[in-house]
Design a binder for this molecule. Structure first.
Ligand SMILES: [Zn+2]
Ligand SMILES: [Zn+2]
Length: 552
């Protein structure tokens, strides 16, 4: 029996976020991307969501390398958490490596980690695998596709991409190389499905520049632009147009400042001399000489634009007439936050220009016609749609069938499912642990479903604590019950209710003293039960009830 190639997604299927794919052959493993996701609205207190790495931890001795397609958080965000458990070299292009380096510094992992910068066109050996880096276009500089070789065959893993014939820098995606690989024979294609529902082609990044120009031309007010911090080509275009109209540019927001620093240091951005000024200098400039580039395109609470809008930014105050350009679309789930910021900006008489009013944003992901070009060039034997929710994966499978692919050669997988490949076959066979791990502050994985359920409960209905001191000798009540509420009712106005809760508690205690005195667990259960029944009848609310008994 010949060895099989296994492909296992630990994230990025049936979700957009926390992308991670494992390739395994002959005792060697390589990992493509290690992303994070953001919590849903009801995951109280959770900062980020990362993939369940159990499978990699169990097999840590086999991991030969972590290969990164590009520097977006949904592809690199969980690296610090992965590295705590699995020590393997990281291979990435310059821009991606620059962003990873910031992360490693922050988590004090830089010294312990081997971070290798690779150029598009180069090939890295890792155990029985070799990985070729192929230049791609995306909404961040220096994105790549991978051609992953092992004795079973070649897999093309696109990562996130679009085909941009007129990118700002870096040149058009290397379609020629993908075509060559297709001619030589590709076993499997794993392809970005994000925009598979959109017909046609994604517009070129360059087209946004013309929109900026129209908004800067003749404007006598200050201009404030927000976009994704990682989109250095977009930032470059803002800087170019600002320089053209004689404006100075100030950058605010930590991730934006980081992106600017990394990309200029590494040569991904070209900033004309004297254009950038410190944000503290803008006060001394005339309005028509000011351009501020800021974070906050998603209405993030702590971002610079949100702070400006709500007057909590230390250096920039919104002035009437400021032209605020939102060069981004709201990621699903962020619409309300973005709406709140826009309303607040309008309240201060700023002029807000967002995507709906102009061509101010283009997507970084391939639309249908671009996907078809990739399928045609790569011409794979097998196809695995990735980077999408179920509906994207299904639509992408249909696109492949419409192009003539045998449905039996297409696999829609799920996280944790093992795809087995031989040179002539593909099938799902077995599963490995996979899922979501919650990060809350320094805690990784300690907050699970039960804790989240409690937090939801507390958030919805609040909490009532009943404190009792009881005798260790005969089980009699020594003091209390004291009733403390949090997030339930305003105590001062409901003394009556609190009094009734005391009465219900005393009745329960009285009953218990006759049947099971000193059985603390049973007493707590009865108190809790009686109180919750009473409260529900009285208020139709269901707070969390915590009886606390102090034995004296
Ligand atoms: Zn991306
Ligand atoms: Zn992505």
């Amino acid at each position: 029996m010949a060895e099989k190639l296994k492909i296992i997604s630990l994230g990025g299927l049936n979700e957009i976020g926390k992308n991670m794919t494992v390739y395994e052959f002959g005792g060697d493993i390589i990992v493509v991307d290690a992303g994070m996701g953001f919590p849903d609205d009801d995951m109280y207190g959770i900062d980020v969501v990362i993939p369940d790495f159990s499978y990699l931890i169990q097999n840590r001795d086999k991991v030969r390398g972590i290969f990164l397609t590009h520097g977006h958080e949904d592809h690199i965000g969980s690296i610090p958490y992965l590295l705590r458990n699995v020590n393997a070299p990281i291979y990435a292009t310059g821009m991606t490596a620059g962003l990873v380096k910031l992360k490693l510094e922050e988590h004090r992992l830089l010294d312990k980690t081997k971070l290798v910068t690779v150029k598009a066109g180069q090939t890295i050996r890792a155990g029985k695998f070799s990985v070729e880096f192929i230049h791609a276009n995306h909404s961040i500089a220096d994105a790549v596709c991978f051609a992953i070789r092992c004795p079973v065959g070649v897999c093309v893993h696109t990562g996130d991409f679009k085909i941009d014939p007129t990118p700002i820098q870096g040149g058009m995606m290397d379609l020629g190389r993908l075509g060559q690989l297709g001619k030589e024979g590709v076993l499997a294609l794993l392809c970005d499905s994000t925009n598979v529902e959109r017909p046609g082609f994604a517009r070129s990044e360059r087209s946004v520049g013309a929109s900026f120009d129209a908004l800067f031309n003749g404007c006598e007010q200050r201009i404030i632009v927000t976009t994704f911090a990682s989109n250095v080509d977009r930032i470059q275009q803002v800087i170019n147009v600002a320089a053209r109209y004689g404006r100075k540019v100030a950058v605010t927001g930590r991730s934006m400042e980081n992106a600017l620093r990394v990309s200029t240091e590494l040569g991904y951005m070209d900033v004309p001399e004297g254009v950038i000024v410190d944000v503290s200098h803008i006060k001394s400039l005339p309005k028509n000489k000011v351009c501020i580039i800021t974070t906050g395109s998603q209405g993030e609470t702590m971002s610079a634009l949100t702070r400006m809008a709500f007057s909590t930014h230390r250096q920039v105050e919104i002035q009437a007439g400021d032209r605020v350009i939102i060069s981004a679309s709201a990621i699903p789930g962020n619409e309300n936050a973005v709406g709140n910021v826009i309303n607040e900006l309008c309240r201060k008489d700023a002029e807000v220009v967002n995507e709906r009013l102009g061509a101010l944003h283009v997507s970084g992901h391939a639309c249908q016609e671009e996907l078809k070009i990739i399928h045609a060039l790569v011409n794979p034997k097998f196809f695995i749609p990735v980077h999408g929710e179920q509906r994207h994966l299904k639509t992408h499978a249909k696109l492949a069938r419409d192009m003539g692919m045998d449905p039996r050669n297409i696999i829609i997988s799920d996280i944790g499912r093992v795809i087995e490949l031989t040179p002539g076959s593909i099938r799902l066979n077995g599963t490995v642990p996979a899922g979501r791990v919650f990060v809350d502050g320094y805690g990784v994985g300690d907050v699970g479903a039960v804790v989240l359920r409690d937090r939801r409960h507390l958030a919805q209905d609040g909490m009532i604590v009943v404190v009792l001191s009881m005798s260790n000798e005969d089980g009699s009540l020594i003091s209390g019950p004291d009733i403390i509420t949090r997030g339930f009712v305003y105590v001062k106005e409901s003394e009556e209710l609190i009094e009734e809760l005391r009465r219900v508690t005393l009745e329960a205690l009285d009953r218990c003293s006759r049947t099971h005195a000193k059985d603390w667990a049973a007493i707590k259960a009865e108190v809790k039960n009686d109180l919750s029944g009473f409260l529900y009848k009285k208020t139709k609310r269901n707070p969390m009830i915590l009886p606390v008994i102090m034995e004296i």
